[in-house]
Ligand binder design. Structure first.
Ligand code: SF4
Length: 324
């Protein structure tokens, strides 16, 4: 198994008490069965607190019952984790031990990333130049999970898309180039009928985002308001790095979906919303807030991607109208 890491990966360290938006608030922490079994064996006050805090949620996952203001019950007044302090880092559940580290496993190779939803990761992702230059590889022959030919096509197309997004041009032009290039790639991979309803794309986007589930209810209004036409030239460099983050995190999903336009549509929508959010927030905070409310929610991501893929109001022609 080969492993590929973006340039910013090794620099990540949790900033714990200095974190402006801790992952210990608002998010459900799913506890893996090995960790739960250990927690059941712990003696003393912390053991009792652990056992009382775990319950089964509506999805059948074992999670911690959040305390007031949706805080993790083990997030102490000193802003540090009681489990980490009392039992040691090795006894954090897998969710807490790994976040914000991500692994995308493609049978014979694994790509690593950091989740943009973590403020420190967002700072690194937006600050890194040439972060994915080490991701040059070829698909292995004889892999049973996917067609090596298709994976090779996708790896090449992703590299070409990354080059288009890295060109010395305004971002809105680079996104158009990426979309047009991937229309050609799509024709090679699978038949694709986008359908099209000419519509006010910003209004359709606002409708979609107003219907999502939000961790913080204020986010619904803030993000829905940011679903508007956008001029991307204020933050060309960080937005280009965000576009590459989304490209490397999602593009190879096309090995299952056979849809290479979807990751580019997702980049356009994300760039537009983050740009509009950044009128009132620093760009890294805007990106982190948006990611926290979308990428960290399986339901929201599924809804966004399904809608962008199948709703003709989000044809690539209509989406391009969002870019002024
Ligand atoms: S969000 Fe990131 S920096 Fe903040 S506490 Fe969690 S892992 Fe640490």
């Amino acid at each position: 198994m080969k492993h590929f890491y973006p340039a910013y990966y090794a620099a990540f360290h949790c900033i714990a008490a200095d974190c402006p938006d801790s992952c210990c608030q608002g998010w459900d922490v799913v506890i893996d069965s090995d960790t739960e079994a250990f927690y059941r064996s712990v003696r003393g006050d912390i053991g009792e607190k652990l056992r009382n805090a775990i319950y089964t949620d509506n999805d059948g996952d074992r999670v911690f019952r959040l305390a007031e203001q949706k805080k993790c019950p083990f997030w102490g007044k000193d802003q540090l984790c009681d489990i980490y302090k009392e039992l040691g880092e090795e006894h954090l559940c897998t969710t807490c031990a790994q976040f914000p580290r991500l692994r995308m496993v493609y049978a014979d190779f694994t790509e690593h990333s950091l989740a943009l939803a973590c403020p420190e990761a967002a700072r690194l992702i937006l600050g890194a130049r040439n972060a994915y230059d080490g991701f040059v590889h070829t698909a292995a022959e004889g892999c049973e999970e996917y067609s090596a030919e298709l994976m090779q096509t996708l790896l090449h197309a992703r590299r070409q898309t990354a080059l288009l997004l890295s060109a010395d041009k305004p971002l809105s032009e680079k996104l158009k180039d990426a979309l047009l290039y991937n229309r050609k790639v799509q024709k090679k991979i699978a038949a694709y009928d986008e359908g099209e309803i000419t519509t006010d794309c910003a209004a359709a986007l606002a409708e979609l985002f107003s219907e999502l589930e939000y961790i913080d209810n204020d986010s619904r209004e803030i993000i829905t308001r940011a679903c508007a036409y956008a001029d991307l030239c204020d933050h060309e460099v960080p937005l280009t790095r965000l576009a590459l983050y989304y490209l490397y995190r999602y593009y190879l999903n096309a090995v299952d979906t056979l849809d290479v336009l979807l990751p580019v549509k997702h980049i356009i929508v994300s760039a537009v919303i983050i740009t509009n959010l950044s009128k009132k927030l620093p760009i890294a905070t805007a990106a982190q807030l948006y990611s926290k409310e979308t990428e960290q929610s399986y339901e929201n991501m599924e809804r966004i991607l399904d809608t962008l893929a199948y709703d003709p109001r989000f044809s690539s022609e209509n989406l391009l109208t969002l870019l002024s």
